[in-house]
Design a protein around this ligand. Structure first.
Ligand code: EPU
Length: 315
């Protein structure tokens, strides 16, 4: 066998062995498991190659079992839920975890809500409004899950996740459940520093308000965002962090980059800091477009734009 043949064979052996490890890591789970699953359906961008497996654990016990078995087999876990995410076209080697079955919201005393990690932000806001609880209006229009929003300290100009979080329930990599007080978590701009693990629930400290007023604030804010952002197109929210005292969207518009395209990826004509998928965009198109925008802004405005979008997976 020549060198190329030996390489192909060794890749095949490695793939077989990883397949066995992935199967062992998901053995005995009660939730849904799909192998070699395309990830586009799990992201708001509708882009992403396949994962070795996608798992939707049935409950927290299932998450604990998965975490322990994956650690024993050295299979990396990756949680999807945030929407500021671009998965490359080669997909993810390892197991992608979707918390779509962890969707309970439980009211507690003193205007606290406990939301499981997979609860969608819009669902949580609706629940809070119906109970006349305020403190989440700023998040109207954010499509991610509570766990995803927590992990990236999602925010808008009106507020951010850290303002509402009281405590976090995490399944650590050894399978233990740990409840962390918000005061023990460092929150930065679009980032929460958490121990390695999976966020399975968040306690939110809200305040009593007047339902009609909260409803109006949510409506007004949604209206503002629908008018200024391409919420009806597949995207991953804002691509860049805002530079100090400026807006990335404003800079991109001033540089004349709105409408710029690579393949089906386009700088949104509605908001410069969004890249939208016009249908069949690949991750490579989005990445090439990001590079063009960055270069142009550096050249024309002398400003370095940092990514807010998280890019993961293999090319
Ligand atoms: N602007 C332009 N052209 C554009 C976009 C904006 O001139 O294409 C101008 C606007 O006219 C306005 C200013 O820039 O004067 C700020 O715009 P906007 O209110 O849209 O806010 P932003 O700073 O661009 C931030 C967050 C958004 C969040 C909005 C609304 C970041 C990076 N961006 O955007 O968050 O939705 O405020 O509160 O923090 C996200 O995190 O994914 C995201 C989209």
């Amino acid at each position: 066998m020549n060198a190329a043949g030996r390489r192909t064979r060794s890749i095949r052996v490695e793939q077989e062995s990883r397949k066995k490890d992935v199967q062992a890591a998901v053995a005995g789970l009660r939730g849904a498991v799909s192998f070699n699953a395309p990830l586009g359906v799990y992201t708001s961008f509708k882009i992403g190659g396949p994962a070795d497996a996608v798992v939707e654990p049935a409950d927290v016990e299932d998450v604990r079992l998965l975490v322990r078995q994956a650690r024993d087999r050295k299979i990396p876990l990756f949680v999807v839920g945030g929407t500021n995410l671009l998965i490359r076209d080669g997909g993810i080697r390892g197991i992608v975890v979707s918390l779509s079955k962890l969707r309970a919201i439980t009211p507690e005393s003193d205007h606290v809500l406990y939301a499981e990690g997979g609860v969608g932000m819009p669902t949580l806001i609706g629940y809070a409004v119906r109970r006349s609880l305020r403190g989440l209006e700023w998040a109207a229009g954010i499509p991610g899950t509570v766990g995803g929003c927590l992990a990236m300290n999602a925010g808008t100009r009106l507020g951010e996740m850290k303002d509402a979080v009281k405590a976090v329930r995490l399944v650590k990599m050894n399978g233990q459940v740990d409840d962390l007080d918000a005061s023990d978590i460092r929150f930065d701009y679009r980032r929460a520093h958490l121990p390695k693990g999976i966020v399975v629930g968040v306690w939110l400290q809200l305040r009593e308000g007047v339902r009609a007023e909260i409803e109006r604030m949510v409506k007004d804010y949604l209206h503002y965002r629908r008018n200024t952002q391409p919420l009806a197109m597949p995207s991953a929210g804002c691509v860049f962090k805002n530079p100090p005292k400026d807006s990335a969207g404003r800079l991109i518009e001033a540089a004349g980059l709105k409408g710029l395209r690579v393949g089906d990826a386009e700088v949104s004509p509605k908001h410069g800091n969004f890249i939208v998928n016009r249908g069949q965009a690949r991750a490579a198109d989005v990445i090439a477009l990001i590079r063009k925008v960055r270069h142009a802004i550096q050249r024309q405005a002398g400003v370095r734009l940092d990514l807010e979008l998280k890019i993961v997976g293999e090319a």
